[in-house]
Design a protein around this ligand. Sequence first.
Ligand code: BTN
Length: 248
Amino acid sequence: MTIGRPVLRFQSVASTQDIVFRLAELGAAHGTTVRAEYQTAGRGRQGRRWDSPPSTSLMFSVLLRPTCGLHELGTFSLLIGNALADVFARYTQRPVALKWPNDVLIDGQKCSGVLIQTRTSPEPVAVVGIGINVSTSLDHLPAGATSLNVASGKPVDRESLFRACTDALERSWNQVGLELPRDVHRAIENRLWLKGQIVAVRDAGAEYRGQLIGIDPAGGLTLSIDGESKTIVSGELTRGPRVIGAEN
Ligand code: BTN
């Protein structure tokens, strides 16, 4: 196991992502992990912020030094989301859904998000940042979010959860390839949020609307748009426009 060795812990930082990128420049080893109790400028996907009251969530970033090209890491995002979903299901005993590419939802509410950032120079590195709402109370959660304590109705131990997550990340890293392993692909399809429903995916100014069919083996999202199949490799998935009189 290398992910989570070593772990550097901070009370407050701007963003654990920045610290890991800086450590990468200084030659830190693959697997180096930075964890913070609080972030003053936490980053989310699509330029969003990630805010959480002190010591209520798990916030950490991991340095990965790929031995393959960064373009071969396409399945990693989904592998992590699915691995976190397995961990949360174990800890909460609740059904857990995966919103493509890697948000984890319980009762349709987001409890965790993953941000993967890469740099190619001077050497290729990927930094995976994970935020998990653990003991955050409802009045500190934004609309559409939940925490593991709220979802399970019992306290979840952050230390043991942290170890379970770094172990899960290690397993995901060992499964990375151009295609998802078959059993993982099946598990993702089974817990895929909005599968079969009408959805919208926005990506760099383009918007696609159609029925969510599933995940292709390389981790893309497949929609049926006017009867044609289209696979999308990145973007923001939302529920599509509601059709009056239909359930979606
Ligand atoms: C998202 O859902 O938009 C991704 C959220 C990722 C948040 C984590 S918290 C630890 C790490 N540091 C950051 O600044 N962001 C990630």
